[in-house]
Design a protein around this ligand. Structure first.
Ligand SMILES: Nc1ncnc2c1ncn2[C@@H]1O[C@H](COP(=O)(O)OP(=O)(O)OP(=O)(O)O)[C@@H](O)[C@H]1O
Length: 251
């Protein structure tokens, strides 16, 4: 199976505090990979290392290798802009721009120089369809995204990420601010999206990881403790610490 990311011996420090230790992990294409672990164990840091968003914190230093489609993201001729276009991100709290639904989704393509209305129309429609929200919003494209429900805003943010044709989508607890029905819609959407994209999702919700992911990685204190097929990890973990975490003994 092809990997979109190959991470080897990744260490990461915020100033003098080390947040990740020797992480080695391959992320398979067209699958959903879940990252679980207690608060502060480095899940978000790891996710943001994959598209170099973590470097927005000036004190960050890293060592090790991260390869995206066989290219070293730090060394090869891979610009940060290209990497972040191909490796999109969706955050915990829906963060649409204070603009219309249309302008939110068209934002990235416009930044990339697409001006023709007919092409933008096509991209907006396709992205909203892929984010499973076209039918709900096709008559509300000119409304401000802030007027939508939280669950709709989150799917508009997913459509905005899709509009620039990524191939990986990083999701940082994308449903933790949503109600159960919106959560279900986003979970169903993730299952659809993996046909075209590779998904890495950080979640606090172990039931969610078990429901929607193919592989699960358990992080603890900045270390990758166990990484396995999701059914295996939840039903028959190798490491006692994984077992203690998934059975609710800590965290
Ligand atoms: N901007 C930052 N500056 C300094 N230290 C940071 C920064 N962001 C995170 N850290 C530290 O890195 C460690 C890992 O944090 P991270 O947010 O990656 O954990 P997490 O597992 O995603 O936590 P949570 O589940 O609570 O979101 C923590 O010790 C945290 O304090």
């Amino acid at each position: 199976m092809k990997s979109v990311f190959e991470v080897e011996n990744l260490n990461l420090w915020y100033g003098s505090n080390q947040a990740l230790y020797e992480i080695s992990m391959q992320i398979p294409q067209n699958q959903v990979t879940a990252i679980i672990g207690p608060s502060g164990c480095g899940k978000s840091t790891y996710l943001k290392a994959l598209n170099r968003m973590v470097e927005m914190v000036p004190s960050v230093k890293t060592s090790g290798t991260i390869k995206y489609n066989d290219q070293n993201i730090y060394k090869d001729k891979l610009t940060v802009e290209y990497l972040r276009t191909k490796v999109g991100m969706v955050f915990q709290k829906p963060n649409p721009f204070p603009k219309s639904v249309y302008d939110n989704v068209a934002y990235g393509p416009r930044v990339h120089g697409i001006k023709k209305r007919a092409i933008l129309d096509q991209i907006v429609e396709k992205s909203l369809k892929d984010a499973a929200i076209w039918d709900e919003l096709k008559d509300r494209l000119n409304e401000n995204a802030y007027s939508l429900s939280g669950g709709q805003q989150q799917r508009v943010c997913i459509a905005r990420a899709l509009a620039v044709e990524p191939d990986v989508i990083l999701m940082d607890e994308p449903t933790s601010a949503l109600d159960p029905i919106s959560t279900l819609k986003v979970e169903e959407l993730v299952q659809e999206l993996k046909k075209k994209y590779s998904i890495v999702i950080v979640t606090h919700n172990m039931q969610q990881a078990a429901r929607i992911s193919d592989n699960t990685a358990f992080f603890l204190n900045g270390e990758l403790i166990e990484y396995a097929d999701t059914n295996k990890l939840f039903q028959n973990p190798d490491d006692k610490r994984t077992e203690d975490y998934i059975t609710g003994r800590f965290g």
